[in-house]
Design a protein around this ligand. Structure first.
Ligand code: SF4
Length: 472
């Protein structure tokens, strides 16, 4: 264990993240010097103690820690001392302030020690995001998120709100009635605002029957002004939920973008993570969507799935290339606490009695992830897809990012809006979070809907009241 003693009880999150990035396999404990537990390092599990002077500005503090840990380990981090999850936002803000590309490069290097590769990636993404955002009125517009919290079965790595449709199908219609109440609220309170994008996510929205998809979207159209909507996405993530009738219902209702998500193109991995569908089903669903006229199809893959390395990722990319998607999202698996996969892997680790990371045993997680990311970005480039948004997950210890790639003209607008937090997003349904954005770069306030679907339905009026309060 590594103990870090800070002189002031501030910035502990940043200090912890930075130490964790340098020492991903260690438990890192950050304590305030005033805390009596910190006065002596009597902890026998403690390998090393660092004393950090936090009586400085945040950037200076992080630079000092980075230099200290670099000199001790000789390790350079691709994102330098950046610990936030939206590195491209910094680049966007600098551009808004009139910085040239070269000035951005120097700033990112001198202030945060970001690698040249990541600086170029951020610049590329920021330019592309700005190009998309120039057609969006972030101040007077809003986007709508509708959550459908049902899935065919629960994937082992899932930490989202996802109820097995087989058990919950009898409440879907009542759930839609609750969504309609929330849509009524939006119709009443956002009539002076421009609706830019609609995103129906989950869960798996294509667990809805065709008539339920039509019911939901008909209601949206009857209540809201959709004349300015530039994108209507329906996540159809699980191929085992897709049928031709559902694709036709979505097409008829004006859906412009869907996701058909493999995660991996290896059957044995899909089985291990509980996807309960085969690669063949994925390929069939994708081809069916093309036949039904969908010309913007996203695919999601996950790096770091148990047992996979860069060769498996390269194989997955080769198989995806044959399908030629318009958009590809590459996630790095951050095993979320509480997910079934975390429990299973922890159990295995305990049985094996090993100290190594739970993904790749004794191998270096950062190195493995780095190779997998390279295989994914090479594959995306070969498909003619370029990066257009990026975010980092808090518990990715290897300091890596999740990246969306798309063909020209096919970038997911909603993904950019939510990632850069530049527009208010009104979110309907169980377990969703509404964000009020007070202007680009301004403060952000949130309110959430309860996750439990039964409580959500029982307390629907309160869910609406929370939004009323947020936007009052
Ligand atoms: S499809 Fe997505 S939301 Fe549904 S169980 Fe799997 S990971 Fe969770």
């Amino acid at each position: 264990m590594i103990k870090v003693i800070i002189s002031k009880d501030i910035y502990s999150y940043d200090v912890h993240s930075l130490f964790k990035a340098f020492f991903p396999k260690e438990d890192v404990k950050v304590v305030f010097a005033g805390d009596e537990k910190a006065s002596a390092c009597a902890d026998s599990a403690c390998d090393k103690t660092y004393h950090v002077d936090t009586d400085v500005t945040k950037n200076e503090l992080k630079r000092n820690i980075y230099k200290l840990l670099f000199s001790e380990t000789g390790k350079e981090l691709p994102w330098g001392n950046l610990t936030g999850i939206r590195p491209t936002r910094i680049v966007m803000n600098l551009m808004e302030d009139g910085y040239s590309d070269d000035e951005v490069r120097s700033y990112m290097k001198d202030t945060y020690f970001v690698s040249d590769e990541k600086i170029e990636l951020s610049l590329r993404i920021a330019h592309r995001e700005r190009e998309v955002l120039k057609d969006i009125d972030c101040k007077n517009g809003y986007s709508l998120y509708i959550g459908i919290p049902f899935c065919p079965t629960r994937c082992l790595y899932c930490s989202f709100t996802a109820y097995p449709i087989g058990v919950y199908s009898n409440i879907v219609d009542d759930y839609l009635t609750c969504l309609e109440k929330e849509i009524d609220y939006v119709a009443e309170n956002f009539k002076d605002k421009v609706l830019d994008t609609i995103y129906i996510g989950g869960g798996t929205p294509t667990t809805l029957e065709p008539h339920q998809i039509e019911r939901l979207l008909s209601y949206v159209y009857s209540k809201l002004d959709v004349s300015n909507v530039k994108e209507l996405t329906v996540e159809s993530g699980r191929p085992d939920s897709i049928t031709r009738e559902k694709l036709r219902a979505m097409k008829k209702m004006g859906v412009t973008r869907i996701s058909v998500n493999p995660q991996s193109m290896k059957d044995e991995t899909l089985e291990l993570i509980g996807r309960r569908h085969s690669v063949k089903e994925l390929v069939d669903a994708f081809n069916m969507a093309r036949e039904e006229g969908f010309d913007n199809i996203n695919m999601d893959i996950i790096l770091g799935l148990p047992g996979e390395d860069d060769r498996d990722v390269a194989y997955t990319m080769d198989e995806i290339k044959k399908l030629d998607p318009d958009d590809l999202t590459v996630h790095s698996l951050a095993i979320k606490r509480g997910s079934k996969l975390a429990e299973i892997l922890l159990e295995r680790k305990e049985k094996a009695g090993k100290e190594g990371n739970i993904l790749h045993g004794e191998t270096d997680e950062a190195e493995v992830m780095s190779k997998m990311m390279k295989a994914a970005s090479d594959g995306a480039a070969q498909m003619g897809l370029s990066p257009y948004y990026l975010y980092r997950q808090k518990n990715i210890s290897g300091n890596y990012e999740n990246t969306g790639y798309a063909r020209k003209g096919k970038a997911g607008i909603y993904n950019i809006l939510i990632n850069e937090e530049v527009q208010s997003i009104v979110a309907l349904g169980a377990g969703t979070v509404t964000k009020r954005v007070y202007g680009v770069g301004g403060r952000i306030e949130r309110c959430d809907n309860v996750k439990d679907i039964k409580l959500y339905m029982e307390q629907i009026d309160e869910m609406i009241d929370r939004k009323k309060k947020l936007f009052s």
